[in-house]
Structure formats: structure tokens, C-alpha cells
Design a protein around this ligand. Structure first.
Ligand code: ADP
Ligand code: ADP
Ligand code: MG
Length: 657
């Protein structure tokens, strides 16, 4: 334990939690060092630190999970301390030990406490021995070992990987005949995911509430709790929305849980910030004898800001103080609770596609600011959400004098937030925070699952008015200046007979998926907007002015009163154009038939100008100029069948372009 104040710190993490820790470190005047993988060279957390050290390639196993590289970076940078954040190495006793061996202060609990709480079965045994109620169950490796106990516990029950975490490795079994197979599958899964096939089985608490207690201990034997957090709004055992205090929490139960949490922490000689997670029966009122210990997380928790909001404390500051050997800043009776706080986790994921992580550049990222609102973001507008790490974009934390006010602030913030690029769970969060169960403060860990399709917006229709606005805006933008803007693209085709081909299929990405609209252009010379069809239906104009159109690099984001649509036109410089960039050729994107040739050798063209149209499988694809230049050769003529990759136009690049 260091006996001097910490004056410098290396943050062994990334994303919003690294940013959040760096902010407090800077406020306290610490010298700050960030680490980053190759993928994070330009990340926000790197920009915020005084110094940054590259620690390896993008995959976490080769960078953020490399204890040796992190410790080496800390030693080289000459820092006092290492803060692990959450996730990654935060619950790896090896980092705590390696720091100690290198003379660095680990901003976290002793390795022995991490180890004691690291496996769920051992943690439960230690905690139960100190008199804290734990969920009834037992541990073992095989169905044969566990079968008799399972029958005694009764069904439904849960199988957990003792080494599991982050909501993974948990299985519910409803009937005895499914037990053996479930055990076998869970064991295999646990072995491959966590390198430890050991399982525990537990009584499945009916309509469960997840309520956890924030604890803090110092190295002088002091321990306090900072009240509870209600974290039952979960999807597949992963928290989505958290709040403090828990709605309807009687003071007597709060005290009982707080005492039990401190007991659990003391049982392992805990020092620093930790969270003790309990499960309670949600279908009866919270009672002092109806909650059970599940596990302890020996780190700062994702949802710690709701506790900061209601206590007015900075938990990261407390972590630094405790790690430097100071006593806890406050005694239990000096910790007060003020108002109510709610947090929502904004993820780059696609609720309509099973919540798969979604990647890409954040063309628009506008998160509101305002009274009673805190936004902890790991990204800025223009940053890219990559495929390598947890896709948490930001946390929105609202605080207010009452629950109703905090919830109203969160809902307003979610309504005002704008994100374009990767798909996000923003719509899901809006619907979730609008649902009756949440607004009434009466929900359990199954609330989301009961209504998941509706909350996720699976199969929700694209708002036609927004789509139409977006297509018109895209047309405006992608229309080459040479066509003069107002007229249809057909007007500029001198002497070319379009016949019935005024229908033009325009391939677009709509809400991130390959899709298309059909444009039906008015007679040449008559002017006006084309009719726009989508999936066989004509799109009608909505309320004028009801939609806001935000330009993105690849297209537009249209925000209407009720919905939003993200449209992306294939970049003329990408795809077929990419190859042509190198050799000057614009090639056929697929096997098809040339239906129009819009330029002749010697023509000067601007970037994005239409060169010709290929028809394949009843879809028309417009070929455009990848850059400004002069048409050197035309190998296309109407009616010609062409093979994918065939060179159709050759352009020479404008020297000045
Ligand atoms: P909370 O802090 O709210 O308990 P989680 O339990 O979901 O949040 O975990 C916090 C972070 O740690 C998440 O990024 C999660 O993915 C990660 N995490 C937790 N346990 C593990 C584990 N055993 N393996 C991998 N990642 C984990
Ligand atoms: P992890 O380490 O993955 O966070 P936990 O043991 O904390 O695993 O459990 C994660 C979630 O699973 C809990 O928040 C809760 O929703 C659910 N859960 C865990 N144990 C039980 C139980 N005995 N009964 C009902 N639900 C449970
Ligand atoms: Mg947990």
C-alpha cells in the first residue's frame, strides 16, 4: 500500500470508462497515460491523456489483455499507479500482482480479494460462511454429480459457469428431463469460453429483481455502502437501464442489504470500490429476509454513475484516495442520498437483427446536454465503432429530485439524441423507457424478454414520409452539377431515346441494409420530382417540414416526428469505381445488359456524373464517374450484354482535380 498521494496514472482500458477515469485524474491534477491498440490510435481516450502508449494490434488478447505490455508501459512512462477500469483485466488477479511486483499501485482491490470472488462457487461459500444469505444451490462438474441436488432444489433452476461473467454462461432449465443435456452443453461452453468447465446450479428466483450494493473499503478497516442500484432491466442477463435508488425500496431492506454487502466485502479482506449483487423475489414486496447474494464484482461497475448522481460523490476520486492509503473520505452516516438517477446504455447494435453488434463510422453523434443530465461517451462524431471491442457508445445518466423527473429527463435526452452510421439501440431505449412497467417502476429481469420483439422494433415499417424526403435529398446531392439541378437526369441525354426506361432502380442502403427504390421520372422537359416507389408502394409526401435531414458522408439521415431513416447511396468512388481508380476504367458491376450510354469520348465529366446504365435481373444500376476527368474511351453501347468486371468507360483524371 502506497503511503504517498498518487500523482500519475496509466489507464489500462479504452472507450467511455477510460475517458471517465481520465477526466477525474485530470481534475485531480494527475499526470495521465493512456494505452491503446492499433485500432484505437485516434480514439477519444488517447486524445484526453497527457501521453499515450501503443500496446499492440487490435484484438484485445494482443493489446488490452496483455499484462506484460501494460506493466511495461507503466514502468517506462514512470507512473505511480495503474487503473484497470471495468472489463478487460480489471478482475484478473495477475494484473494486480504484476503491478505490485513492478512497484506500481494497482487502483483496485488486493489480488487475494479478486481471486476469492473470481469464481462464483467459491465466492458463495466464503460469503455464506460469514452469515450472508446466498441463493441455494451447489456446484460440480457433471450432471451425475449435480443431478440429485437439482431434484432437491426443484425446477426451474439455473446452471451457471463458475468462471462466467458479463451475463454469459447462464442457462435456465425448466424440467428434470432437460437437465443432463443442459449440463453437458453448459460445461462444454464454459470450458471453451472461460477455460473452466466447472458449473454451479442455483434455485431460479421467480420474477427476479437484480439489486446491487455499491461498497467501499479502505486499508484501515473502514467500510461503507453507497446505497443500492436496481438493475433488473436486462436483456439476456445483461443490464440495459439501471437506477438508484431502487423503486419501492423500504429503508429497513436497504439497511439489511447494505450490512450484508459490507459483510461480504469484509469476508474477503476487500479494499477499494466493489459491488455486491443480490437477487430478490420481485413478485412480493422487498423484505429483509428475501434477498440472496449472487456474486461480487471486484471493480468499478458500468452503472456507477447513478450512485455518483444520488450521492454527489466521485467514485474514481475515492478509488485514487483509497489506493494511495488514505482513509475513506466519509463515514456511513455522512453519506447522504439526494434525488433519483437513471442510466441508459447506448450501444452500436441492431435490435432488429437480434442485437448483433453494428460497426461503422459515427457520421452523426449528437448527445444532448442539459440540467440533470450526464453523458459518458467513448466516441466523438466522426469516430468509428470497430468490431474488436464492446460496442458501448455512451451512457446517458439523468438525475432529478424525484424518480418521475429523472425518468422524464432521460426520456427527453433519448428523444433528442441523434446517431447515424452504425445501427443503435436508441429506438429500443426510447420504447423501453416509455413502457408502462418502467414508468411505474414495477419491472423484473424478465420484463424485456416478455416484450422483446415490440421493444426491439423487429419488423417495424420504414417511415414512408421520411424515406421520401431522404431519397429526394440524396438525389439533390448526388445530381451532378452539369445537369443543372432542377431537371431529371434524362433531360441531358441528347437524342437518346429512353422509351419506357424512365423507371430507374436505385440501389441504396436503407437503415444499414441493401435495398432499393424505384424512381419514375416525369416526361423529359416537364420537370419536377420523380415518383418514388419502395417495395411496390408509392411513397407519399408527409407533413412538409416535419423531417430534419442531416447529411452524412455516405448519404442522409432523415429524422421525422415518429421515426428516422438512414439512407446511403453507394459512393461513386467505391465499389466498381474502386478498381477504376487505379486503371482509369469504369467496369460493369455485374453481368447484364447496357441500357443507356450517357457520355461520348472527349466529354468532360465531374465526380459522380452518370456515365451509363446497366440492367441486370430487372434492376438498373447507374455507373458514375469516380472522379473529375475526361472520357478517353467508351466500350459500351446500348443493348450490349456485358460480363461482370468488363471495362465500359475509360477516364483520364483531371490533373487539377
Ligand atoms: P456491470 O459492470 O454492470 O456488472 P457487466 O457485468 O456487464 O457490467 O460487465 C462489465 C464489463 O465487463 C462489460 O464490458 C463486460 O463485457 C465485461 N465482462 C465482465 N465479465 C467478463 C468476463 N468474465 N469475460 C469477459 N468480459 C467480461
Ligand atoms: P454475471 O457474472 O454474468 O453477471 P450473475 O450471477 O451476476 O452473472 O447473474 C447475471 C444475471 O442473471 C442476474 O443479474 C439475474 O438477472 C440473473 N440471475 C442470476 N442468478 C439468478 C437466480 N438465482 N435466479 C434468477 N435470476 C438470476
Ligand atoms: Mg453479475
Amino acid at each position: 500500500m502506497a503511503s504517498r498521494p498518487i500523482t500519475s496514472v496509466l489507464v489500462a482500458n479504452r472507450g467511455e470508462i477510460a475517458v471517465r477515469i481520465l477526466r477525474t485524474a485530470r481534475r485531480l491534477g494527475l499526470r495521465t497515460v493512456a494505452v491503446h491498440s492499433e485500432a484505437d490510435r485516434d480514439a477519444l481516450h488517447v486524445a484526453l491523456a497527457d501521453e499515450a502508449v501503443a500496446i499492440g494490434p487490435a484484438p484485445a488478447a494482443e493489446s488490452y489483455l496483455r499484462i506484460d505490455r501494460i506493466v511495461e508501459a507503466a514502468v517506462r512512462a514512470g507512473v505511480h499507479a495503474v487503473h484497470p477500469g471495468y472489463g478487460f483485466l480489471s478482475e484478473h488477479p495477475g494484473l494486480a500482482e504484476a503491478c505490485a511486483a513492478a512497484g506500481l499501485v494497482f487502483v483496485g482491490p488486493p489480488a487475494s480479494a479478486i481471486r476469492a470472488m473470481g469464481l462464483k462457487d467459491r465466492a458463495k461459500a466464503i460469503v455464506a460462511a460469514s452469515g450472508v444469505p446466498v441463493v441455494p444451490g451447489c456446484e460440480g462438474e457433471t450432471a451425475a454429480e449435480l443431478g440429485a441436488e437439482a431434484d432437491a432444489l426443484g425446477y426451474p433452476l439455473l446452471i451457471k459457469a463458475v468462471a462466467g461473467g458479463g451475463g454469459r454462461g447462464i442457462r435456465r432449465v425448466d424440467a428434470p428431463e432437460d437437465f443432463a443435456a443442459a449440463c453437458e452443453a453448459a460445461g462444454r461452453e464454459a470450458e471453451s469460453a472461460f477455460g473452466n468447465g466447472r458449473l454451479l446450479i442455483e434455485r431460479c428466483v421467480p420474477s427476479p429483481s437484480h439489486i446491487e450494493i455499491q461498497v467501499f473499503c479502505d486499508a484501515h478497516g473502514n467500510a461503507v455502502h453507497l446505497f443500492e442500484r436496481e438493475c433488473s432491466l436486462q436483456r439476456r442477463h445483461q443490464k440495459v437501464v439501471e437506477e438508484a435508488p431502487a423503486p419501492g425500496m423500504p429503508e429497513a431492506v436497504r439497511q439489511a442489504m447494505g450490512r450484508a454487502a459490507i459483510e461480504a466485502a469484509r469476508a474477503v479482506g476487500y479494499v477499494g470500490a466493489g459491488t455486491v449483487e443480490f437477487i430478490a423475489e420481485g413478485d412480493r414486496a422487498l423484505a429483509p429476509d428475501a434477498f440472496w447474494f449472487m456474486e461480487m464484482n471486484t471493480r468499478l461497475q458500468v452503472e456507477h454513475p447513478v450512485t455518483e448522481a444520488i450521492t454527489g460523490l466521485d467514485l474514481v476520486e475515492w478509488q485514487f484516495r483509497v489506493a494511495s492509503g488514505e482513509p475513506l473520505p466519509l463515514a456511513q452516516d455522512a453519506v447522504a442520498m439526494r434525488g433519483h438517477a437513471v442510466e441508459a446504455r447506448l450501444y452500436a447494435e441492431d435490435p432488429a437483427a437480434g442485437f448483433l453488434p453494428s460497426t461503422g463510422r459515427l457520421h452523426v453523434l449528437r448527445l444532448p446536454e442539459g440540467e440533470g443530465l450526464r453523458v459518458d461517451a467513448g466516441f466523438r462524431e466522426g469516430d468509428t465503432v470497430g468490431p474488436f471491442y464492446d460496442p458501448l457508445i455512451a451512457k446517458l445518466i439523468a438525475h432529478g429530485p424525484s424518480r418521475a423527473e429523472a425518468v422524464a429527463r432521460l426520456r427527453a435526452a433519448l428523444a433528442d439524441a441523434r446517431v447515424a452510421g452504425p445501427r443503435t439501440n436508441l429506438g429500443f431505449l426510447r420504447r423501453l423507457t416509455a413502457c408502462e412497467a418502467f414508468r411505474a417502476g414495477r419491472y423484473d429481469t424478465q420484463t424485456i424478454a416478455r416484450d422483446e420483439d415490440a421493444l426491439a422494433g423487429t419488423g417495424a415499417a420504414i417511415d414512408p414520409a421520411c424515406l421520401r424526403r431522404g431519397v429526394l435529398a440524396l438525389l439533390e446531392r448526388d445530381r451532378p452539377p452539369a445537369t443543372g439541378g432542377a431537371a431529371s437526369p434524362w433531360d441531358r441525354v441528347d437524342g437518346f431515346q429512353l422509351g419506357a426506361a424512365r423507371r430507374q432502380v436505385w440501389p441504396l442502403r436503407i437503415d444499414g441494409r441493401p435495398d432499393a427504390v424505384t424512381l419514375v421520372w416525369p416526361e423529359p422537359g416537364t420537370g419536377g420530382d420523380p415518383e418514388i416507389h419502395h417495395r411496390g408502394a408509392a411513397l407519399r409526401a408527409g407533413e412538409p417540414g416535419a423531417a430534419e435531414v442531416i447529411a452524412t458522408d455516405l448519404g442522409v439521415l432523415v429524422l421525422g416526428a415518429d421515426g428516422q431513416v438512414c439512407l446511403e447511396a453507394p459512393d461513386p468512388a467505391e465499389g466498381a469505381g474502386e478498381r477504376s481508380e487505379a486503371d482509369g476504367a469504369v467496369t460493369a458491376p455485374m453481368h447484364g445488359r447496357i441500357v443507356a450510354v450517357l457520355v461520348a469520348p472527349g466529354d468532360r465529366v465531374v465526380r459522380g456524373q452518370r456515365l451509363g446504365i446497366v440492367e441486370a435481373m430487372k434492376m438498373e444500376h447507374t455507373l458514375t464517374a469516380p472522379y473529375e476527368g475526361t472520357v478517353a474511351a467508351v466500350d459500351a453501347r446500348p443493348g450490349l450484354q456485358v460480363a461482370e468486371g468488363a471495362s465500359l468507360f475509360t477516364l483520364t483524371r483531371e490533373a487539377s482535380a
